[in-house]
Each structure stands twice: as C-alpha cells, then as structure tokens.
Design a protein around this ligand. Structure first.
Ligand SMILES: Nc1ncnc2c1ncn2[C@@H]1O[C@H](COP(=O)(O)OP(=O)(O)OP(=O)(O)O)[C@@H](O)[C@H]1O
Ligand SMILES: [Mg+2]
Length: 319
C-alpha cells in the first residue's frame, strides 16, 4: 500500500511564518522513524533545525542530523557551483569558466538562475545512487513562501519551453517529470485556520495546479487552538456569565476574560476550517498549537507523532 511516506519528493509550501519549517522537520522525523532515508532541504532559511532536532547546525553542506536523517540549507552560490562542477566534471574548469568577474555578473543576470540552482540541486540528490539504490528514499523541500515557491517550481517548464534542446533541457525535463508525477511527488500546503493564510492557501493551491501541475496532498492545518468553551458543559457555563465583569468587583474577572479569548480563538479557527473545506476540499491533518516555552526537539517530536498518526489514518487515495 502506497502512502505519503513512499513518495520520493515532498514539497512543503505555504504562507510565510505559518510553520513550514516546523512541519517539515516533524514530517522528516516521522519518515526517518519509519525507516526511510530522508534529506530535508531548506532554501536560504534561518538556522532553526539544530533547535528543532536537538542536533548539529545545518548550513550549506549536507549534514547528518540523526539516524537516517540528513539536512541541508541550500544557498544559490554553493548550489550553482555544485551544478557547474557536475556539468563540467571538474572544479578547475568550473573555476576558469564561472569564477572570473565577467562570467559571474553574466550568470547572476540570467533570470531565475538562483532558483534553478536550488531546484537543480534537489533534483540531483533525488537521482543520486549509493550501493545500488537511491541514496535518499525521500527528499523533503522546505520551500520558500507562497509566490516564490511557484516561481521556483515553474522553472523547469519555463526552460523546456524557452531553451533549445540540449543538456539543460534534458535535466529540466527530468525535473519537471518528477514534479508532476503523482507516484513520486506531493506538495503539502501548510496553513493556519485564519483569514490571511487561508486566502493565500486557496490561491496557492490553484496556482500550483495551473502553473506547475504538481500533485497536492493533504492540507496541514497548523497551530489550532484547543477546543475549549466551544461545546458541552464548559460552553454552557460560560454562556451563563456576563460578557465581562468589573475586575475591582470580582477577583475572578481575569479568568472570565481569558476564557472568552480562548473561546473566540477556537471559534475563529472553526470558521476558517469550514471555509477551507468548502473552497479547498482536501483531506486535512489538524495540528495543535503547542504551548511549548521553547519550541525544541521535544515539541517537534510531539508534532511529528501527531502528524504521522493522522497521515496513517487517511484513506489511501487521500494519502
Ligand atoms: N504547532 C505549533 N505550535 C506552536 N508554535 C508553532 C507551531 N508551529 C510553528 N510554531 C512556531 O511558529 C513560528 C514560525 O514557525 P516556522 O519557522 O516553522 O514557520 P515558517 O513558515 O517556516 O516561517 P518562515 O516563513 O520564516 O520560513 C516559530 O516560532 C514556531 O516555533
Ligand atoms: Mg521556514
């Protein structure tokens, strides 16, 4: 039975700040637990993975984070150099061709070259073999935010359409085939159940389908507030109380105030969950807001377990 964990390539996308990196780390950890060899590839991110995994810092060289789990924070210059060396089969030739002043400014001026070098690096790692089998079973791309992600993923198609047939188009075609193959690739959208992220997510899903043709998997709704005071006896009790009470008259007034906030936050979440189901009907995974003072390895692990359990219970077609 094929599940999300059997894919070769998962792209994590979504609005800036919704938790893409956190969720990508949780997913990578779950896949490694299930026995997959995983590479988590970030794009020019702030260094956060060392805290999320409780492991070594992650920079532009691939580093082993724990058993079966590697990570890299890709930067365009390094990725471009790797790609250049690969194509030219030599560091010396690369330096002669690419690293003189004129060539450098020329190359930087090619539109999309930075994004292409990042995507090309990811694609290259998906083809790498070791001991007669793929070096990584799964590559997770913690991609850039919304629109930039679409630009990045559209580059192979743009190259196929614009560049004359040759080595560049050959690689671009393979990359595009990988991106659009539902057996191998899935894009996961991370969102919050709040107005702006929901708007952006609906738009992002439409563009990903239209402009990239990438298969879209379950929607990951992150940072949901706990369902307090929204049903049952606690709601009935709160409904009996006045909207606010004067704090000088009653020392319990702050409790009422905070209960109302908790109730409204969850009610807001539920309103946007309904909107998502109406306008972006995808299977959903719900991840709670974890009130961890310092979001570190323990919180990542907790999120990872919740994510894995919910992904496992989705119908096969949805996964
Ligand atoms: N489920 C959660 N519970 C509590 N806090 C969370 C949760 N998910 C993410 N966060 C917090 O939200 C903040 C943003 O998370 P993260 O860096 O993963 O988002 P991002 O989408 O990768 O952001 P960027 O656009 O900067 O790359 C972080 O402080 C993180 O600890
Ligand atoms: Mg991030």
């Amino acid at each position: 039975m094929s599940t999300l964990f059997d894919r070769q390539f998962i792209v994590i996308a979504g609005k800036g700040g919704v938790g893409r990196t956190t969720v990508a780390a949780a997913l990578a950890s779950a896949a490694a637990r299930r026995g997959k060899r995983v590479l988590l590839a970030q794009t020019k991110s702030k260094e956060r993975l060392s805290r999320l995994f409780g492991g070594p810092p992650v920079h532009s060289e691939i580093v082993r984070v724990r058993e079966r789990l590697w990570a890299v924070n890709m930067v365009p210059e390094a990725a471009l150099r790797e790609y250049g060396v690969m194509v030219l089969h030599s560091h010396l030739v690369y330096r002669a061709v690419f690293e003189n002043q004129l060539a450098r400014s020329f190359i930087r001026a090619i539109p999309g070259i930075e994004d292409y070098s990042l995507l090309g690096k990811v694609w290259f790692h998906s083809t790498e073999m070791e001991h007669g089998r793929p070096k990584y079973d799964l590559i997770i791309l913690d991609g850039p935010a919304t629109g930039h992600a679409i630009t990045l993923l559209s580059i192979p198609r743009a190259i196929i359409e614009a560049v004359p047939e040759g080595p560049l188009t050959r690689d671009a075609r393979s990359a595009h085939q990988l991106l659009t193959d539902p057996q191998r690739t899935t894009m996961l959208l991370v969102t919050l159940a709040e107005e702006m992220p929901v708007n952006e997510t609906i738009e992002l899903a439409a563009r990903a389908r239209r402009e990239v043709g990438i298969p879209i998997g379950p929607l990951l709704v992150n940072q949901l507030y706990p369902p307090r005071f929204v049903s049952g006896p606690s709601k009935r009790a709160l409904d009996l109380l006045p909207e606010t009470i004067d704090q000088s008259a009653d020392p319990l007034a702050p409790l009422l105030h905070r209960s109302r906030i908790a109730q409204r936050r969850r009610a807001l979440n539920e309103r946007y969950l309904e909107r998502l189901q109406r306008e972006l009907p995808l299977p959903e995974v719900h991840l709670p807001y974890l009130f961890a003072p310092d979001f570190g390895a323990a919180a990542t692990e907790e999120l990872s377990q919740l994510l894995e359990a919910q992904l496992a219970s989705l119908p096969e077609a949805a996964a």
